[in-house]
Design a protein around this ligand. Structure first.
Ligand SMILES: NC(=O)c1ccc[n+]([C@@H]2O[C@H](COP(=O)([O-])OP(=O)(O)OC[C@H]3O[C@@H](n4cnc5c(N)ncnc54)[C@H](O)[C@@H]3O)[C@@H](O)[C@H]2O)c1
Length: 428
């Protein structure tokens, strides 16, 4: 099939690359000229394991191409995906300006029946908005379909290729057949719904996952008070089939990234606009915010006055295997400690370049040990694999003071105590 993907960010690029890999002819479009220049050379502007190989393979096979010009791509394509950003506005509502612009650009050049597929996460009603924009310019037949994406950064290629489910909203018979054909190679169950239901499924799913994180963080805070172990509590909970082994019950510094924070905020706003107060989600946000402060408080308790002291930070990205720094807990934690006078030595080779755009006055190091050398305390904020089996005896020797705040519970408290660390984790 001939496909255009508008927006070549985390979602758009993975969509374009994976669909090309199934043998489709795909054009990735972006307004970011630098991004397109790099993609044409097979360079991936983001860090996403496995993606570069797929893009290069499909460039070599001439199944994928990249451009800044939308018109020729739309004219050639049967299906046009919109995968542009929907960042939060100040009040938490999703900003639809990129969707509106993309829809208008498509509308101006559409020249026959096409399916316009909305892959971005958008408030209920956006599908109708896109339809109306296109109708203003084009009198022929077309379909607008909602097809929210559920991939996770860090495992995006795998998630896209082996999804738990595919949701398709508002498919006419023709669009339904084409979308079914497009996704057939994935062999995943397809749920057909109306467009608003499809849009809601995405927000409801992300909001429930965020709720699970705030829930387990609250349980962790009680565990600390009653001397229970939250890791074992989560393990015990997941053995219940109704909760499930994949439940999002990882305790730590709270959720971050480009999706959960903005999607929770957006759903609170959608509810408010329809005269409903989504009080559970308001609390989910509050707990998440407090969890970041909790890491700062734990640091201060162990470190004492931070002025003039060196705080080493391992991991800056909002989670491992990504360079995405959007809404990363590390930002709030580091900024709070800097305000109190701490000097920050950081290590995250993958996210360093993105972090530099946001965090200022930080010393970045090329290895975890260099960052920890002579530190008064070490904070583990992102659980990159390389920290898990680190030589702890060496770590103890090089630190000025062997104090660790482990915000991701990657070490065994008993072992750390035996080794002579002052070690504080979450909920244990
Ligand atoms: N990142 C994720 O893990 C994830 C997962 C599922 C869903 N989503 C949703 O997918 C959408 C995209 O997210 P993302 O993380 O890929 O965003 P992103 O910011 O990484 O990428 C968006 C891209 O769209 C481009 N763009 C904006 N306007 C354009 C236009 N008119 N024409 C062409 N290109 C344009 C931007 O330059 C950018 O490269 C969001 O709605 C997000 O909520 C994201």
């Amino acid at each position: 099939m001939k496909i255009t993907v508008v927006g070549t960010g985390y979602v758009g690029l993975v969509t374009a690359a994976c669909l090309a890999d199934f043998g489709n002819q795909v054009i990735g479009i972006d307004i970011d000229k630098e991004k397109i220049k790099r993609l044409k050379k097979g360079e991936i502007p983001i860090y996403e394991p496995g993606l570069e190989k797929i893009v290069k393979r499909n460039l070599d096979e001439n199944r994928i191409s990249f451009d800044t010009k939308l018109a020729p791509a739309v004219k050639k394509s049967e299906i046009i995906f919109i995968a542009v950003g929907t960042p939060p506005k100040k009040d938490g509502q999703a900003d639809l300006i990129y969707i509106e612009t993309a829809a208008q650009q498509i509308a101006e050049v559409i020249n026959g029946y096409k399916i316009i597929v909305n892959k971005s996460t958008v408030p209920v009603g956006t599908g109708d908005m896109v339809t109306n924009i296109i109708k203003k310019y084009y009198k022929g037949k077309f379909d607008v379909v909602s097809n929210p994406e559920f991939l996770k950064e860090g495992t995006a290629v795998d998630d896209f290729s082996k999804p738990d489910r595919i949701v398709i909203g508002n498919a006419s018979k023709k669009a339904k057949n084409m979308m079914e054909k497009l996704y057939k190679p994935l062999g995943a169950p397809i749920l057909f719904t109306d467009i608003k239901t499809a849009e809601m499924i995405k927000y409801a799913s992300n909001s429930l996952l965020a709720t699970e994180i705030s829930f387990i963080n609250s349980i962790a805070n009680i565990c600390e008070r009653v001397e229970a172990d939250v890791e074992k509590v989560a393990e015990g909970m997941k053995l219940d089939k109704r909760i499930g082994k994949h439940a999002f019950l990882g305790t730590g510094a709270g959720y971050g990234g480009s999706c959960f924070p903005k999607d929770v905020k957006a759903l609170i706003q959608i509810a408010r606009r329809h005269d409903y107060r989504f009080s559970i989600l308001e609390k989910v946000e509050e707990v998440n915010k407090n969890q970041r402060q909790l890491i700062v408080d734990k640091t201060l308790r162990l470190l004492g006055k931070p002025k003039g002291k060196t705080v080493a930070v391992w991991g800056l990205a909002f989670k491992p295997n990504t360079d995405d720094m959007r809404e990363a807990p590390s930002i709030d934690i580091i900024c709070s400690l800097q305000k109190l006078g701490a000097k920050i030595n950081a290590f995250d080779t993958v996210a360093e370049n993105q972090a530099k755009k946001i965090l200022k006055n930080i010393n970045y190091f090329k290895t975890s040990f260099e960052a920890a050398k002579n530190a008064d305390i070490l904070l583990i904020i992102t659980e990159w694999n390389e920290f898990k089996q680190i030589d702890k005896k060496k770590l103890k020797k090089i630190m000025r003071s062997p104090k660790i705040i482990d915000a991701r519970n990657i070490y065994d408290p008993d072992e750390m105590k035996k080794l002579g660390f002052e070690y504080v984790s979450i909920g244990r």
